[in-house]
Design a binder for this molecule. Sequence first.
Ligand SMILES: *[C@@H]1O[C@H](CO)[C@@H](O)[C@H](O)[C@H]1NC(C)=O
Length: 188
Amino acid sequence: MILTCSPTFIFLHLVASLLFFIPPIQSILSHTSLLEQICRQSPNYHLCVMTLRSSIHHKSKADIAGFAHLTLEIVYANASITLERLHKIYVQTDDPKLKMALKDCLVSYNLIVKTYLRNALNALQNGDYKVVQQKTSITIIEVESCNNKFRNLATSPLRDTNIYVQNLCSITMSIVNKLFYTYQPILI
Ligand SMILES: *[C@@H]1O[C@H](CO)[C@@H](O)[C@H](O)[C@H]1NC(C)=O
């Protein structure tokens, strides 16, 4: 029987290519609806969508834990570079009041990058969601303490970054909250 050009063959071929084609579309759709659902319940919808959209091509990250991980990675990257920049700004600043505020923020960001967010990322990897919540909430407090140092000064070079880090930490917490209540390991 020669099938090569028969309508049956073409039909089968079409079905086969469709089968290969449909799963990616489905996974993008379910990815988008999960993203939508997560961000609607987050404290900052637009920032959440902007942040999580960058994961759309990473299929392995299309679950709640993956979204939490991505958000933490992004805030970690921002805080790390901020810490490096802070060192430079601090050295270049002559104004003693500004210098003092920057010094306090250096201490804060050092803790945030090297301890809190680092620990939060490790804890997330280990499924220790309670620790993730603790470390991200303490990050928000630490950022607030940095913010307060500029209260009586005309400018704050960290204003936008501080808001961003706090917002992303709040988003992370809202995502991790979902992990808490959807998956509890059975402890015997
Ligand atoms: C961190 O994010 C804020 C807000 O988008 C931005 O202004 C700042 O430049 C970022 N910092 C780095 C080092 O990317």
